[in-house]
Design a protein around this ligand. Structure first.
Ligand code: NAD
Length: 421
């Protein structure tokens, strides 16, 4: 079944190629390198779900654990129409390096179900989540593998996952997931943590480049879901103008700046930006090419390619999404002087506060939001500076430097634990 499921995706090829580049730069032990090119485990499941019209539809789902040397596997679950095993494997690899980079005692995993959540009712999504959870139940656990929200999933889905797991075990197990609602043990600050973390790295990048983030600076954001909306709120709060945002149906542009709160309210009551009066419509393609100071892709993978990279005119590209930039675009962006904050750092705020949520759940001692945010700032800003230091030391770009930092920490742990059997 696994082999039948495997078609190598661009995002998988990109991830392995970027890993190889970092591994070669530091002459990584070839045995460690070979191990890290493969996931530890991958599970493919069929998920029969009774749809509202009475028929049963069978969805395909995955859970992949890439590495668990440093601790339990950690990674989101996405519900998306083009989810594949290869893409989920690449995302699990990225999670391994992300957790190692920011210094968390966690490994890397990812899960996904091939479905279109925008076309499913609440009841269908609940039944899908419960059956998917029961199919992957043997693989997950608070000390084994802890899921979280990702593309197309949210706190409610995590609550159903937590409930299904807890029903099976016989008592409440809040630490089985992160990104869950506050009422069942979620952490304050988790919902906005990924976007907040993205902007923390933008603040550090601006400092590094000698740029002042004020109202003369503009920002464009692709994707207006969990990550995109939190980015918009935070960057508007520090005084920059958000000039364009988009969702899957296209975007909205206003050179004078969009009213972020008004947009959030509009998005709550409407499925698309169609009819919104505060700006002009633009396509997702146009949004990426808009001249701006900060561009944040916060939707899907592989949107920045060798074709559009020459037309990208931002100073800072902060990768809120996972793997939004194809490897062929990297040298073009560098040539054009774009400073790229790579995904494994830029969007690491999500897994960092997920880690805080897991710790709070285990200790049954909850922190206030100020404490969550200040610990997040500490980790994101320190890791940014570490990345810059490694980039200078190894004479590499920030993306390779971030990868090197993660690989170094992980490889030391793998070598000291030794090889089994
Ligand atoms: P989400 O489902 O909440 O939102 C996704 C948004 O992207 C929606 O507004 C959707 O309309 C839009 N979108 C979908 N396809 C698009 C397209 N082709 N062009 C433009 N917009 C499109 O998802 P999210 O949780 O915000 O995740 C977004 C990205 O961030 C993903 O790549 C995810 O892996 C990454 N990420 C998320 C988290 C997290 O905590 N949620 C953490 C780290 C990384």
């Amino acid at each position: 079944m696994l082999e039948a499921e495997w078609t190598e995706s661009d995002v998988y090829k990109n991830t392995v190629a970027r890993f190889n580049k970092a591994a070669q730069t530091i002459n990584l032990d070839p045995n460690v390198a070979e191990r890290l090119r493969h996931p530890k485990r991958a599970l493919v499941v069929s998920i029969p779900v009774r749809m509202d019209d009475g028929h049963i539809e069978v969805f395909v789902g995955y859970r992949v654990q890439h590495n668990i040397t440093l601790g339990p596997a950690k990674g989101g679950i996405r519900y998306w129409p083009d989810v594949t095993l290869s893409e989920i494997t690449a995302m699990a690899m990225l999670m391994t390096f992300k957790c190692a980079l920011v210094g968390l005692p966690l490994g890397g995993a990812k899960g996904g179900v091939r479905c279109n959540p925008t076309l499913m009712s609440r009841g269908e999504k609940q039944r899908l989540t419960r059956r998917y959870t029961s199919e992957i139940l043997q693989m997950i656990g608070p000390d084994k593998d802890i899921p979280a929200p990702d593309l197309g999933t949210d706190a409610q889905i995590m609550a159903w996952l937590m409930d299904t797991y807890s029903q099976d075990i016989g008592h409440a197990v809040p630490s089985i997931v992160t990104g869950k609602p506050i009422e069942i043990g979620g952490s304050l600050g988790r919902e906005e943590a990924t976007g907040r973390g993205v902007i923390y790295t933008v603040i550090e990048a601006a400092k590094h480049l000698g740029v002042t983030l004020d109202e003369s600076k503009t920002c464009a954001i692709q994707g207006f879901g969990n990550v995109g909306t939190a980015c918009a709120k935070k960057i508007a709060k520090i005084g920059c103008r958000v000039i364009a945002v988009s969702d899957m149906s296209g975007g909205i542009y206003n050179s004078k700046g969009l009213d972020v709160q008004e947009l959030l309210d509009y998005a709550k009551g409407n499925k698309t930006f169609e009819g919104y009066k505060g700006g002009d419509r633009l396509s997702n393609k146009e949004l990426l090419e808009i001249p701006c100071d900060v561009l944040i892709p916060a939707a899907v993978s592989s949107v920045i390619t060798k074709e559009n990279a020459p037309r990208i005119k931002c100073k800072i590209l902060a990768e809120g999404a996972n793997s939004p930039t194809m490897i062929e675009a990297d040298p073009i962006l560098k040539e054009n002087g774009t400073f790229v904050i790579p995904d494994i750092l830029a969007n690491a705020g999500g897994v960092t506060v997920s880690y805080f949520e897991w710790v709070q759940g285990i200790q049954k001692l909850f922190w206030n939001e100020k404490e969550v945010n200040s610990r997040l700032w500490e980790i994101m800003s320190t890791t940014f500076r570490k990345m810059i230091h490694v980039a200078a030391e190894e004479n590499v770009d920030p993306r390779t430097a971030a990868m090197i930092s993660g690989i170094r920490r992980l490889s030391k742990a793998m070598l000291v634990r030794g090889f089994y059997p």
